[in-house]
Design a protein. Structure first.
Length: 268
């Protein structure tokens, strides 16, 4: 079962990578609200969304078949799949420097994922906690968006994708609260807002053109935000010692390397 779970999770990562690459190809060079709305009429962008949903579904199936310590590292592999797919769509081959930087990010993320202690306690959050969750995520996302307006293209892609990752992390935390028994129609109504804002912010990041930077930033920000909210609002444990610091430093170094090696890509 564990081997099957790993294979399913790896296939799910491939679907997720394909979907992200397709959406970035369509979003590149289409900034602004009009460009974002126009994406909804592009079949390739919609196909990318379907592929991402399929990848998420396979990841959930894998979690039901195998342990988290096996499934989660397979999910990180999507970055290594996404770069070659995106480069092919843009008519080029990924460089060794790009793939090496992506491998650094992936290795650091695997380390962070495996170092986070598992919690068996149900995720329970009252209305004040939900408001705090949405408020903190919203303010952090807005600050990152504001900083992106004065950043270089690579920095803009990273900041916008990090903003999206923060909102996705808040969405994931709220979803966990709903699934673990805190079902409430008010929580359900609150769920679409951060998810839709995250999607819009991610497409803005993709429109900049530095796919490797934006995708890596998203993959880092999303789980780390969920872990941070879990610790602050749900009382879940955090990893300790020097190992998490080393893993975080590796992901940061890999992202910086991606910013220096991934070219600015626009859809022809």
């Amino acid at each position: 079962m564990t081997l099957l779970a790993a294979v399913i999770a790896l296939v799910g990562s491939l679907f997720f990578a394909l979907g992200a690459a397709l959406q970035q190809y369509e979003a590149a060079g289409a900034p602004g609200l009009r460009g974002l709305l126009g994406l909804l009429r592009r079949p390739r962008w919609l196909a990318g969304g379907a592929s991402i949903l399929a990848g998420g579904g396979l990841h959930i199936v894998a979690l039901g078949l195998g342990p988290l310590t096996v499934v989660q590292p397979m999910g990180v592999a999507s970055l290594l799949f996404a770069l070659p797919i995106a480069a092919t769509l843009h008519g080029r081959r990924p460089t060794r420097a790009e793939l090496g930087a992506a491998a650094m990010v992936a290795a650091g993320l695997v380390g962070l994922v495996l170092l986070v202690p598992e919690s068996d306690e149900p995720a329970v959050l009252g209305p004040p906690g939900v408001l705090t969750l949405l408020g903190v995520a919203g303010v952090a996302a807005a600050l990152l968006w504001g900083a992106s307006r004065v950043a270089s293209p690579a920095g803009r892609a990273a900041l916008l994708a990090t903003s999206s990752g923060v909102l996705y992390g808040a969405t994931a935390t709220l979803m966990r609260v709903l699934v673990d028994g805190g079902w409430n129609w008010w929580y359900l109504l609150a769920l679409p807002a951060p998810a839709l804002l995250a999607l819009a912010m991610l497409q803005r990041a993709y429109a900049v053109g530095h796919f490797g930077v934006s995708f890596a930033s998203l993959q880092i920000a999303d789980p780390l935000t969920a872990v941070a909210f879990g610790a602050l609002l749900l009382g879940e444990p955090l990893p300790t010692g020097l190992a998490p610091v080393a893993a975080a430093a590796l992901t940061a170094a890999g992202t910086i390397a991606l910013a220096r090696t991934t070219p600015l890509e626009a859809r022809p």
